[in-house]
Design a protein around this ligand. Structure first.
Ligand code: ATP
Ligand code: MG
Length: 407
């Protein structure tokens, strides 16, 4: 991408009402634009980051046999009435909209009910199971507080996976595969060191669910971990009864703030029962399908990464999610010419700052935008046929032979 050709600009000021660091930096660096509290637009750079996060998730889910779909955001209230969840007492975060012909439609806060209903068309016999369907889809939630930038949106991107099984054992087996896939996903996203699978409340159908919590000072959750972090609990299940069950004692644990980046749940019959999702077994007996659901907050993950790695100069993206790997600056006539040559054919890797600006302004923007490596080519570096490469994360500088820049 050539910066001279894009409409995006870095901004001196974040929106006045933006109090979260991630929201402020992403706005200033030209990744997002704020519409309303908790409602954001994604600009070309922001979209590239979201796509990179999606690619990591997609690859790991496809590797365990999941299939991608895309379900509608407008939802049929009848399905939610069947599970008792259309009422604002049950789900207090609904956005609802009116049909011109009368009656209400829901705007997707999540997709269990429509997903189960859709599967009723395709699941009839044990031969149709297991099935695993996921999507990257916009959810709408009337969140009371939306002060955490893109970490808590009223409209946000979620990955939601739903699994369908003949038995609890089969559900358990797949659940364990998802746990492994999630570990790989957060590792690849640069959050492996700081993200923990934690025990969280499971409602009435399972004793526990699991949350994936990334340690973050501005996180909205509190988790408790033991010394080697092998046992981590969400605050809501951190009590004597639960600790006794694990043979643990309160004094071994420390609290810390964290952001929930994912959540996995053994639903068992919670939605398949009221919505009548059944299959016939080998002896032709009708049985209720077992289910699991597995979420990742894709846009929240982007906010958490932005928030977590930023420094006083701006964003610092891990390579796997950076919109571009290199930020290229040419200084002087020969330097600029060489930079153009290098850019050709590497458009998807390089953000080329070919604007008519002073080098200092370009350097400041490269730091604000958080691109992992800045390559500077000047008449001076060309004397030794090299370029200066600066790593964003460490600030480490070195001269690299131009021929060896991308090897
Ligand atoms: P929270 O406790 O943070 O409200 P939740 O339990 O409501 O989360 P789920 O319904 O399990 O969340 O949604 C799956 C994932 O979607 C969460 O783990 C989180 O990463 C993300 N998520 C939930 N609500 C939001 C939101 N308002 N904005 C951005 N991401 C969200
Ligand atoms: Mg919530």
């Amino acid at each position: 991408m050539r910066l001279s050709k894009t409409f995006i600009k870095t901004l001196r000021e974040a929106p006045k009402d933006e109090i979260a660091k991630n929201g402020a930096l992403l706005s200033r660096a030209g990744y997002i634009h704020k519409e309303l509290a908790g409602v954001y637009d994604y600009l070309p750079l922001g979209l590239l980051v979201l796509e990179k996060i999606k690619t990591v998730i997609r690859e790991e889910l496809n590797a365990i046999g999941c299939e991608e779909v895309s379900m509608s955001a407008l939802q049929n209230p009848e399905l939610w009435e069947a599970t008792g969840r259309f009422s604002d007492q049950e789900v207090d975060i609904w956005f609802k909209t009116e049909l011109s012909s009368g009656g209400l439609l829901g705007l997707a806060p999540t997709h269990e009910e429509p997903m189960v209903n859709m599967m009723k068309t395709y699941i009839h016999s044990y031969k149709d199971l297991p099935a695993y369907a996921y999507q990257f889809q916009t959810k709408f939630r009337n969140e009371k507080r939306a002060k955490s930038g893109i970490m808590r949106g009223r409209e946000f991107l979620m990955k939601d996976l739903y699994s369908f099984h003949t038995s609890e054992e089969d559900l358990d087996e797949f659940y364990a595969k998802v746990e492994k896939a999630y570990a790989k996903i957060f590792e690849r996203l640069g959050l492996g060191d700081s993200t923990y699978e934690t025990f969280a409340s499971g409602g009435i159908f399972s004793k526990f669910s699991h949350e994936y919590q990334t340690i973050l000072p501005v996180g909205e959750d509190v988790i408790y971990y033991n010394k080697d972090k092998s046992l981590v609990f969400n605050k809501e299940v951190f009590n004597k009864e639960v600790l006794d069950e694990f043979g643990a004692h309160e004094s071994e644990f420390e609290p810390t703030k964290a952001a929930e980046v994912g959540n996995i749940f053994k639903l068992k019959h919670k939605y398949s029962e009221p919505l009548g999702l059944k299959y016939t077994d080998e002896s032709n007996t009708a049985k209720t399908v077992y289910m699991g659901c597995y979420g990742i907050g894709v846009s929240r993950v982007m906010g958490v990464i932005a928030e977590k790695f930023a420094d006083e100069k701006g964003l610092v993206w891990p390579e796997a999610v950076a919109p571009f790997k290199y930020y290229l600056v040419g200084i002087g006539e020969k330097g600029s010419l060489k930079a153009s040559e290098i850019y050709a054919g590497r458009e998807s890797e390089i953000l080329f700052d070919d604007r008519d600006l002073r080098p200092g302004e370009k350097f400041a923007d490269s730091e604000l935008m958080g691109i992992p490596y800045r390559i500077v080519i000047s008449d001076k570096t060309l004397e030794s046929n090299s370029a200066e490469v600066v790593e964003r994360k460490t600030g480490e500088k070195k001269l690299v032979d131009i021929k060896k820049l991308f090897v």
